[in-house]
Design a protein around this ligand. Structure first.
Ligand SMILES: *Cc1c(COP(=O)(O)O)cnc(C)c1O
Length: 391
């Protein structure tokens, strides 16, 4: 028996090492990794230039605290603002922390405007994390059950429904922000209408609310642009990042622009580890290598091709509801729960995930090659067809 708290129903597999898009288990069996640690290993496993950058930093300095200036943290903030055109950054260690920062920022923004009980609009099927505030913002009862009382100050509306927001605006006085994923990840790779973010931007401007985008899963090149909002012509006021930012090293960030800029003052928020030299170097090296190796273009090209291929091979199969997503963030929705596919894929040497019960979720690293994408198709498509043909 393990002494770990029983928080995960784990597959009984232990990986010992990896290279690129491949992982090896303790029996020496090789797996194609189409999940990359849930959208985390942007550069795949054991990327040589990433390893070298981290090793050099570890030999120099890992941590000093935020009581001093941190050169690497200033550099990653500059880089994130250059790429996103946001204005300032708070560095932390995970997605829930980035969202906690966003939620605190929105409340402070409200208090600064004289709103003593600020309310944030959140979405059905949203996922924002497992801390008390972020699980309260999450739109999944399974995540919340047993942890009541929930944090107050959230109102929930349907995703991809601008009218629902306009309606709630009429009878809820203290709204200060909308928190939303541009593509819902845990909720089942749900992509809203292309006009949704623009509509949200307009409503937020009309009411002086902050538009806060949770790009923890969909950000950082996964959809083929640096950030998912860049597929539109709008800017958010707040954006949160984590998962892929450190290519496996825990790093999160909360970015602000426009009227959200300058909200936090010394003493309002903090993190002991946040943005330390090691974490910041991991993030900087990730972004630099993504640029050098043109990984956005790869995500866009391979993702488009993969989606077409899945549509061609599975689109007409009875039991396949839709293939959706953008770039290397793809979901295949079936008409029945399909968690059993995860173990079946592992047997065949393929790592995938199932979310929202019936959606096969693919989040390969951005270094995936055409040949690897072909292998993914050739293993997964027959598995899905066989699975659906049963019973
Ligand atoms: C994973 C995820 C989070 C939570 O990130 P953690 O690092 O696990 O705290 C928040 N928002 C979204 C959209 C996510 O996918």
């Amino acid at each position: 028996m393990s002494h770990l708290m029983n928080t995960y129903a784990r597959q009984n597999i232990t990986f010992t090492h990896g290279e690129g898009a491949w992982l090896w288990d303790t029996d020496g069996k090789r797996y194609l990794d189409a999940l990359s640690g849930i959208a985390v290993n942007t550069l795949g496993h054991a990327h040589p230039r990433f390893t070298a950058a981290l090793s050099a930093q570890i030999g120099k300095l890992i941590h000093t605290s935020n009581l001093y200036r941190v050169q690497e943290q200033e550099a990653i903030a500059d880089k994130l603002c250059e790429l996103s055109r946001m204005q300032e950054v708070f560095m932390c260690n995970s997605g829930c922390e980035a969202n906690e920062a966003a939620i605190k920022l929105a409340r402070l923004y409200g208090h600064n405007k004289g709103i003593s009980e600020p309310t944030i609009i959140v979405m059905e099927k949203a996922f924002h994390g497992r801390t008390l505030a972020t699980l309260s913002a999450t739109g999944n009862r399974k995540v919340q059950a047993g942890f009541e009382p929930l944090v107050s100050g959230f109102v929930r509306v349907a995703y991809d429904d601008l009218d629902a927001i306009r309606q709630i605006a009429q009878h809820t006085p203290n709204i200060v922000a909308v928190l939303v994923e541009p593509i819902q990840g845990e909720g089942g790779i749900r992509t809203p209408d292309i006009s949704y973010l623009q509509g949200l931007r307009k409503i937020c401007d009309e009411h002086e609310w902050l538009l806060m985008l949770d790009e923890v899963q969909c950000g950082l090149g996964r959809t083929g642009k640096w950030f998912a909002f860049q597929h539109t012509n709008i800017m958010p006021d707040v954006m949160t990042l984590a998962k892929g930012l450190g290519s496996g090293v825990p790093v999160g960030a909360c970015l602000a622009a426009g009227k959200a800029t300058g909200t936090f003052k010394p003493g309002n928020h903090g993190s002991t580890f946040g943005g330390n030299p090691l974490a910041s170097t991991a993030a900087l090296a990730t972004l630099n290598i993504m640029e050098q190796d043109k990984l956005l273009a790869n995500a866009e090209k391979l993702g488009t091709w993969l989606k077409q291929q899945f549509e061609a091979r599975l689109g007409g199969v009875k039991g396949v509801v839709t293939v959706r997503g953008q770039g290397l963030m793809l979901g295949i929705e079936l008409d029945k729960p399909c968690g059993a596919l995860v173990a079946k894929a592992l047997e065949k040497g393929l790592i995938i995930n199932v979310t929202a019960d019936s959606v096969i979720r693919l989040l390969p690293s951005l270094i995936f090659s055409q040949a690897e994408a072909q292998q993914l198709l050739d293993i997964l498509c027959p598995l899905v067809t066989e699975f659906l043909a049963q019973e």
